[in-house]
Design a protein around this ligand. Structure first.
Ligand code: GLU
Length: 477
């Protein structure tokens, strides 16, 4: 039974920070929906009362906005299937469970967690696959009544038909068949009466008419159970795409220890949302003539009809840095200014009241080297802080007297930075002073370091008066 329209959802559990795996899932659902003219939905899966916090949901909403992943239906916008918080949808899960009760497709299980664990351990010791042994499947009615009367905690399990298999469509793997004999009669509720992830997630996908579900590979076994539920309700199933797990450069599952795992890290360091999304969209999927793509270009160019099932996708922070540098140089200077300002104002409070044109000019001159927005702070330090240069710093220049005379001559006839440098080069040649030494000396004077941008860029950025003052200052050390 096919779906009438294309509807995808990002369904995060607000249990912690957004990390690259979540963002990749959100992005792929978003891009697929946008490419196919479908609907993109945000659903907050806050069914675990002990682990979910509203602040977590608020953070996810803010992060999606920062990333530019706009959704059509969800917590703030609402939509035809409100509410979009699972914690407010309990009545719908109850209703679905009642339907299964009416069909006699579920049964109560009174086995305690300790008892279940013991049996599980026994099965493992006997090298048997650990599965629920259906001890409660055919309890006599009187026994059930007595358990209920004594308030013995219980859960509801779905009764699977071990002779059946379920078929799931997966964008990367094609048709995947699961034999139900390999699965336990899984729980739909917890002993406190709340609903399990597998059940709530299924009910919502069914009611919200989700046509495609793109999610992490870690949900693959849940998919078999959920497919059994779709069959039990005779409802159309989504097509799935299980995204391969992200690994670090050593091939291990990406974790908190890897830099950039959390979105907050990347944000703080000055990575652009454009670069993060661009990077996550292209890793592990196809080759592109130009890898730098905007959201619109990704929507157009990503090929969802030809997805290869790859075992692992490597997260390479160096590639992300490279992409970030490209993006810093792709956005407009005024945009770059807006994004660098929080870093610059913290480091150099005077920038808050400065003419933005001056800061824009500085950014424009030096942005080619920025890997992250934060790099603007170091790159522009020479402008905002006069270097402190000591007599000892100058001892490395053996021909100081010559250099001083040359600079004094060049300053006396100063026209512009080009002419000034030409004059110095000429004099250096006459005196047999290596250009490297001359430029090192000038950089020390202008920015306090022998390494850095081109001298004429420095002079032009500082302006004539300030550069002359710095050059004159060094001559008296
Ligand atoms: N709440 C689940 C998660 O965050 C959703 C999985 C799904 O997309 O179905 O992993």
């Amino acid at each position: 039974m096919p779906h009438n329209s294309i509807r995808l959802r990002f369904a995060p559990s607000p249990t912690g920070m957004m990390h690259l795996g979540n963002i990749r899932a959100a992005l792929m659902n978003f891009l697929f929906a946008r490419q196919k003219g479908g609907t993109f939905i945000l659903r907050i899966e806050d069914t675990d009362p002990e682990r979910n916090f509203d602040v977590g949901a608020q953070q996810i909403i803010a992060d999606l906005a920062w990333l530019g992943l706009t959704y059509d239906e969800g917590p703030i916008h609402g939509g035809p299937y409100i509410p979009y918080y699972q914690s407010e949808r309990t009545h719908l899960y109850e209703h679905a469970l009642e339907e299964l009760m009416a069909k006699k497709a579920v049964y109560r299980c009174f086995c305690s967690p300790e008892e279940l664990e013991k049996r599980r351990a026994r099965q493992i010791a006997l090298k048997k696959p650990p599965r629920y042994d259906r001890a409660c499947l055919e309890l006599p009615e009187a026994q059930i009544e007595s358990f209920l009367a004594s308030k013995t905690p219980y859960i509801w399990r779905l009764q699977l038909d071990g002779n059946q298999s379920v078929t799931v469509q997966d964008l990367a793997h094609g048709e995947t068949i699961f034999e139900l004999k390999n699965f336990s009669d899984f729980p739909l509720t917890r002993s406190d009466g709340t609903f399990t992830f597998i059940f709530a997630n299924f009910v919502d996908d069914m009611l919200m008419k989700i046509s495609h579900a793109i999610r992490g590979e870690d949900h693959l076994t849940n998919t078999a159970c959920q497919a059994a539920l779709f069959v039990a309700f005779n409802a159309p199933m989504p097509t799935y795409w299980h995204l391969p797990v992200l690994c670090n450069i050593e091939g291990k599952k990406l974790s908190k220890r890897d830099f950039g795992f959390s979105l907050q890290d990347l944000k703080r360091e000055g990575f652009l949302p454009e670069a993060i999304l661009n990077y996550l969209a292209i890793i592990g999927g196809g080759s592109f003539s130009d890898e730098i793509m905007s959201q619109d270009e990704l929507i157009t160019n990503l090929n969802f009809d030809n997805i290869h099932a790859t075992g692992r996708v490597k997260y390479d922070v160096e590639k992300l840095r490279w992409m970030n540098n490209k993006w810093i140089n792709r956005i407009s200077t005024t945009e770059l200014y807006t994004r660098c300002m929080p870093y610059l104002v913290t480091a150099y409070p005077m920038t808050a009241s400065m003419d933005s044109k001056i800061v824009c000019d500085l950014l424009e001159r030096f942005k080619a080297e920025f890997i992250t927005l934060k790099d603007s702070v170091d790159a522009l330090r020479f402008y905002f802080e006069r270097p402190t240069i000591t007599h000892e710093d100058m001892q490395q220049f053996t021909r100081q007297d010559d250099l001083r005379t040359m600079i004094a001559n060049a300053l006396a006839n100063y026209e512009d930075s080009e002419q000034f440098i030409q004059s110095l080069k000429q004099q250096a040649k006459e005196r047999n002073i290596p250009i490297k030494e001359l430029f090192g000396y000038l950089r020390i004077a202008l920015m306090g370091s022998t390494q850095g941008p081109a001298i004429n860029e420095l002079i032009n950025a500082l302006g004539r008066t300030e550069s002359h003052e710095r050059l004159t200052h060094i001559m008296h050390l």
